[in-house]
Design a protein around this ligand. Structure first.
Ligand SMILES: [Zn+2]
Length: 381
C-alpha cells in the first residue's frame, strides 16, 4: 500500500509470519503462563499457543481466558490420558453403520478427515453409546489429531503441519436429521473443537449437499466469521474435480470417488492409513516425548510389578518436568448436559472407563486407534 504501490503484507499469525505486535503478544502470553504458573507442559510450544492467540485475534485478555478454561477443561475431562483410554467400547459397532475416519493426507500433507454424518440414524448410535462416551471419544480423537496425527504428518512432509483437511459427505441430509438429539451431538462436537482445539481445521469441503442446503448456506454464511467462511466450500454431488485439486485420488476412498480401498486392512474407514502409521515413534512429537515417558512411569508405578521395572524407571530418570497443573481442579466426570439422552441410558450400570477413578484403571498401553474391525483381524490375535 502507499507510495511504493505494494500491497501491505497481512500477517497470518502463524509462526514465521508474525508482525512485531504479534511477536510481542506471544512473548507476553508466555511470560504470563510462566509467572502465573499456569502450566509447564512442554507441549504448549509457540505453535500451540499461537493457535489460541489467532483464535482470539491476539487479544491477550480473551486469549488468556480461553487458555485457562482449556487447562481446567483438560483436567476435568482427563484429556491428558484420553489417547490411552478405550473410552467408547461400542465404537466398533458404530463404525459398522457410520463411516468416518482419518485417511491419508491432502497434497499439502494435511491429515485428511472423512466423515459421513448423515448416513445413519442418531437413535442407532445413542442406543449403544452414551453421550458421555461420545464426548470422551471426540476428546480422544482431537487429542490423537493434535499429538499424533499432526506430528506424524509433519515428519512425513518435512515441515510443520498444523491443520487438517476435512471432507464431509452429507448425503442423506434431511431436516429430520437436524432434530434436537442430532443437534445436541453436533453442538457437542463443535464446542469441544472451538473451545479447546482452535485453528485445527485448515480446509473443509462439504459435499453431496442437496440444493436447499446450499441455498440455506448462502443465506447463513454472511454471518459466519470471514476467516472460517473462506475455509469452507459447499458442493453438490459433482465435487470430485475440486476435491482432487486438494487431494490425490489415491488418498480418497472409492466410495468418495477416489482409488483407495484399503482392501487388506478392513476398508478405508478402519485402516488408519496415513503417516501416523509410518512414524509411530513420533507419537507425541519432539516436545511431547518427555510427557510420554512420564505417563509410562506413572503406569508402571501403578502396576503391582512396579518393583521389577526399576530399570526403566532409572532410564527415565530425573529431570522430567512436572506436568501437574498448579490450579486446583478436581477430577470430575465428563461435564455434559445429559437431559436429551437420559431415558436411553440411565439404566446403564457399567461406568465407562474414562469415568472410573484413576487407581482402578488397569495398566494399559496405548491402543491409540480404537476402532479395528474385528472380523478382519487374524485368528491368532
Ligand atoms: Zn483406503
Amino acid at each position: 500500500m502507499g507510495i511504493f504501490g505494494n500491497k501491505k503484507h497481512k500477517f497470518s499469525g502463524f509462526k514465521g509470519d508474525l508482525s512485531e505486535q504479534q511477536e510481542d503478544r506471544l512473548q507476553e502470553f508466555k511470560d504470563i503462563i510462566r509467572e502465573e504458573k499456569l502450566t509447564q507442559d512442554p507441549r504448549y510450544d509457540d505453535y500451540y499457543l499461537l493457535r489460541f492467540l489467532r483464535a482470539r485475534k491476539f487479544n491477550m485478555k480473551k486469549t488468556l481466558e480461553m487458555f485457562k478454561k482449556f487447562l481446567d477443561w483438560r483436567i476435568e475431562n482427563r484429556a491428558d490420558d484420553a489417547i490411552w483410554i478405550d473410552c467408547c467400547p461400542s465404537m466398533d459397532k458404530i463404525k459398522e453403520f457410520y463411516e468416518f475416519g482419518y485417511h491419508g493426507t491432502d497434497k499439502q500433507g494435511r491429515p485428511l478427515s472423512i466423515d459421513k454424518p448423515c448416513s445413519f440414524d442418531i437413535d442407532d448410535v445413542l442406543a449403544i453409546a452414551t453421550k458421555e462416551e461420545l464426548y470422551a471419544f471426540y476428546v480422544k480423537e482431537y487429542e490423537t489429531t493434535v499429538h499424533i496425527r499432526l506430528p506424524a504428518a509433519s515428519t512425513a512432509a518435512g515441515r510443520k503441519i498444523e491443520q487438517t483437511f476435512n471432507l464431509f459427505s452429507i448425503k442423506g441430509f434431511t431436516m429430520k436429521k437436524l432434530r434436537e438429539k442430532s443437534r445436541n451431538i453436533i453442538k457437542l462436537a463443535i464446542s469441544i473443537g472451538q473451545d479447546n482445539y482452535p485453528e485445527i481445521m485448515g480446509r473443509m469441503l462439504i459435499v453431496d449437499s442437496p440444493l436447499f442446503f446450499r441455498g440455506a448456506w448462502a443465506l447463513i454464511s454472511p454471518f459466519i466469521d470471514e476467516k472460517t467462511r473462506k475455509k469452507i466450500s459447499i458442493l453438490g454431488s459433482k465435487y470430485h474435480k475440486q476435491l482432487f485439486e486438494y487431494v490425490d485420488p489415491e488418498n480418497v476412498p472409492v466410495d468418495m470417488g477416489g482409488e483407495c480401498t484399503c482392501e487388506n486392512e478392513g476398508g478405508c474407514y478402519f485402516s488408519h492409513k496415513g503417516p501416523w502409521k509410518e512414524y509411530p515413534a513420533d507419537e507425541f512429537g519432539e516436545a511431547g516425548k518427555e510427557k510420554l515417558l512420564e505417563m509410562k512411569q506413572k503406569e508402571e508405578s501403578k502396576s503391582p510389578s512396579s518393583s521389577q521395572s526399576s530399570q526403566s524407571e532409572s532410564e527415565v530418570g530425573a529431570g522430567i518436568p512436572s506436568f501437574e497443573n498448579n490450579r486446583e481442579v478436581s477430577v470430575n466426570m465428563v461435564n455434559v448436559d445429559l437431559e436429551a439422552n437420559k431415558t436411553n441410558n440411565e439404566e446403564r450400570e457399567s461406568v465407562p472407563e474414562h469415568q472410573q477413578p484413576i487407581e482402578k484403571k488397569k495398566k494399559r498401553r496405548a491402543s491409540i486407534f480404537c476402532c479395528k474391525k474385528k472380523r478382519y483381524e487374524s485368528d491368532e490375535d
